[in-house]
Ligand binder design. Structure first.
Ligand code: ADP
Length: 314
């Protein structure tokens, strides 16, 4: 188990992480999600004992990582894969790590095949693509067969096949009962691989809950309704005091999105007034939308106008 309590990190006057408290449990993939600059890497470095917290604590299995005699056998980590020394071969890089952590040399061959780098074992790392470096970094994380894994943006630089592979790998590691903490700035990535979500923005905790609950709580629901007599539907919705929006892409067809009522309410309302409906269905906002809404105030750099559709009458 990874336990983070009141974890805070200031860099000069800059607050990278503020009062974070959460627990990462075994047997699950926990997604650590947040926009770029949210403080994910800083938090992971503090958990791994590579950075000193200004306040608070981070422990793995009840101990500080810095106190582990053979850290690779306790916690496997992938941080900055680009930072691997380039002159060595993949095999030598892993052999050196294995020696320093009392891991048998035979394990090096095992992890090389596990990550699909057996054929490139004798090649120097400097010729590796970012995707191959990521795989090598993952091989290093798995070297000590650790019960806890901490991976910072592991899909970075991987092609679609590699991304699929990483997802399966994370699932498998969690199913074996390991504790898996994996960061990403992409909700789409987490939606497919995480069982539990910890979301941060500007160093602060925004959500900590099972993926299913996050979906339930944060995805907005809207009723999509189309009528050949839009003026009448307008009037009905206004009178019933329901928040709605006219879908601009279909102005002639009288397509509306109603925010705070179910399909039955809207359908009944139209039926009672004799207004014909050509479409009536419930639409869930995508998880991506939910994530963007949650983190909207904590994104450092925004692109575009950032216009958010708002409810309310036209
Ligand atoms: P993330 O991993 O979520 O993208 P980081 O943990 O890398 O976020 O960064 C969080 C914040 O801390 C950012 O504003 C970043 O600029 C700042 N930061 C990170 N490391 C340092 C450092 N060594 N010195 C100064 N500021 C830093």
């Amino acid at each position: 188990m990874i336990e983070v309590a009141g974890l805070t990190k200031h860099y000069g006057s800059r607050t990278a992480v503020f009062d974070l408290t959460f627990t990462v449990r075994p047997g699950k993939v926990t997604g650590f999600l947040g926009p770029n600059g949210a403080g994910k890497s800083t938090t992971m470095r503090m958990i791994l004992g590579l950075d000193r917290p200004t306040r608070g604590t981070a422990t793995v299995a009840g101990r500080r990582c810095a106190d582990f005699p053979d850290p690779l056998r306790e916690v496997g980590a992938l941080l900055d894969a680009g930072a691997i020394h380039g002159g060595r071969t993949a095999r030598n890089h892993l052999l050196q790590l294995a020696q320093g952590n009392r891991v048998p040399a035979a394990r090096v061959e095992e992890v090389l095949s596990l990550v699909g780098l057996a054929g490139a074992a004798k090649h120097r790392v400097k010729g590796f693509s970012l995707g191959m470096r990521q795989r090598l970094g993952i091989a290093a994380a798995l070297l000590g067969d650790p019960p806890v894994l901490i991976l910072d943006e592991p899909v970075n630089g991987l092609d679609p096949e590699g991304i699929h592979w990483i997802r399966q790998l994370l699932r498998g590691l969690a199913q074996e009962g390991r504790t898996v903490l994996v960061s990403s700035h992409l909700m789409s990535e987490m939606a497919l691989s995480a069982d539990h979500l910890v979301v941060i923005g500007k160093g602060r905790l925004l959500a900590d809950m099972p993926m299913a609950e996050f979906v339930e709580r944060h995805s907005r629901q809207a009723v999509h309704v189309a009528t050949p007599r839009p003026a009448e539907l307008h009037a009905l919705l206004e009178r019933a005091d329901l928040a709605y929006e006219v879908v601009e892409s279909a102005p002639d067809q009288g397509v509306f999105e109603v925010r705070d009522a179910g399909a039955a309410t809207v359908g009944d309302l139209a039926a009672t007034a004799g207004v014909p409906l050509h479409q009536l269905f419930t639409q869930r906002a995508s998880l991506e939308d939910a994530y963007l809404t949650l983190t909207a105030d904590s994104t450092e750099f925004r692109t575009g106008a950032g216009a958010q559709p708002t409810g309310g009458g036209a």
